[in-house]
Write a protein that binds this ligand. Structure first.
Ligand code: XMP
Length: 419
């Protein structure tokens, strides 16, 4: 397959460029700007794209590139970020790829499934493979792909920590019940609850949940005996951001759901590690996963624990679940949905009046953000009428909520999650 190499000289455009190139049916990989020409030559690229931040080539602090790049005999483009937004940007890129580099357009996602099925069968043979399934897009698509490649050999462990949204655990179970895999749902809510008793600090909550998750996963895996392969839903941005693509790990990556690092598996398989999120979603559609899974918004591993301020109780979880479900139902009616949207249960009590009775109950906050990578985000300007309707429904349908507010803080300074 022909390859375009994007050389990373800093800045936030590299992944957008790679997605643009792949969208034009040419395979693109991201490598650090200082990669040696020997490694580059081995990759045999048909063209190079130099991606930097906002510096101009002649700026005093512009990144230096290795002169050897220009001796490779392949076209080199210095990328202008305006191409990402200009109406003609795609056409300019197409010209570079097809006219200048001689691309054949041989990267098609439809080929990915048969290629991976073949390679997974060769790697796994007749052995069993274990996967921690969180219900998120990546682990779900990974499960569907493995069930197709090695039917009957995949064991999925879904650790239900009791901090999922309304009906979510059942939906995950239902989505995988008709696939050729062994699905294990572990109801560990009592364990998580007892360890979270009285804990109010959010970092403490995260730590406890992460630790407990690993304990439960290890205990369940041990019951299954020797399983030589562990599958992970790692995707390409995880690899690029961790620096693993070129051997030096800059930031350690934790798969959502916190898969145990010290599990003694002989081999790891990561069948999505070359794909971007949009490609993983496309694959999910081709593997006929329900739309709800493919379009699932990001959901933090510690679940609703980081959306309840103060101590977590069964009552609070129930209140938050119902409010969140109402908000999600209403947002679901919009033509264009925010990238992430949810409810938070605050520990602020406010006075209300319900049927002539003075109440003093908690405040629910609603948050909806628009974001590409969740490193930065803007609040989504949801229609006021729709927000007022949500507030009316939440306060009417949930007796113990006195008031609803809408969070209008961008990230930065406000993180997406409150805790
Ligand atoms: P923040 O709150 O840091 O969130 O702006 C950015 C994105 O990350 C998600 N998030 C988490 N995901 N474990 C996760 O797996 C976590 O502890 C966690 N905290 C935040 C958040 O939902 C958003 O999409």
């Amino acid at each position: 397959m022909q390859t375009i190499i994007i050389l990373d000289f800093g800045g936030q455009y590299k992944e957008l460029i790679a997605r643009m190139v792949r969208g034009l049916n040419v395979y693109a990989e991201i490598l650090p700007g200082n990669i040696s020409t020997e490694i580059l030559r081995k990759k045999n690229p048909i063209g190079l794209i130099l991606a930097d931040g906002v510096q101009r080539v002649n700026a005093p602090d512009a990144p230096m590139c290795n002169a050897g790049l220009f001796q490779l005999g392949v076209p080199v483009m210095q990328f202008d970020p305006r191409m990402l937004h200009a109406p003609s940007g795609n056409e300019q890129m197409r010209n570079f790829l097809y006219d200048t580099c001689g691309a054949a357009g041989d990267y098609q996602l439809k080929d990915y499934i048969p290629a991976q099925v073949k390679s997974l069968r060769e790697t796994i043979g007749g052995e069993k493979v274990l996967l921690g399934l969180s219900g998120g897009v990546d682990s779900s698509v990974c499960a569907a792909l493995l069930a197709k490649a090695v039917p009957g050999q995949l064991v999925c462990i879904f650790v239900d920590h009791g901090l999922m949204r309304l009906n979510e655990g059942d939906e995950i179970e239902a989505a995988f019940s008709n696939r050729d895999l062994h699905f294990i749902r572990v109801d560990a809510s009592a364990r998580f609850f007892s360890r979270l008793l009285g804990v109010t600090d959010s970092e403490q909550k995260r730590k406890i949940i992460g630790e407990e998750f690993i304990h439960v996963f290890e205990e369940e895996a041990a019951k299954l005996g020797d399983i030589p392969f562990l599958a992970q839903g790692t995707i390409y941005p995880d690899i690029v951001e961790s620096g693993a693509a070129y051997g030096t790990v800059i930031k350690s990556h934790h798969n959502v759901g916190g898969l145990p690092e010290n599990l003694k598996f002989a081999k790891i398989v990561e069948p999505l590690s070359l794909l971007f999120k949009n490609e993983v979603r496309d694959l999910g559609r081709r593997l006929k996963l329900p739309a709800a899974f493919i379009n699932r918004q990001p959901f933090p591993g510690p679940g609703l624990a980081v959306r309840i301020t103060g101590e977590i109780t069964a009552q609070k979880l129930d209140t938050l679940r119902r409010a969140d479900a109402i908000f999600r139902e209403e947002v679901g009616k919009l033509k264009k949905r925010p990238d992430q949207y949810f409810a938070i249960l605050t520990d602020t009590l406010s006075v209300g009046i319900k049927g002539n009775i003075r109440t003093y109950d908690p405040v629910i906050a609603l948050r909806a953000v628009t974001s590409v990578d969740f490193m930065t985000a803007t609040t989504t300007p949801l229609p006021h009428k729709m927000l007022a309707h949500c507030a009316a429904r939440i306060t009417n349908e949930i007796a113990e909520v006195s008031r609803v507010v809408y969070d209008i803080t961008a990230k930065p300074p406000g993180t997406v999650e409150w805790l």
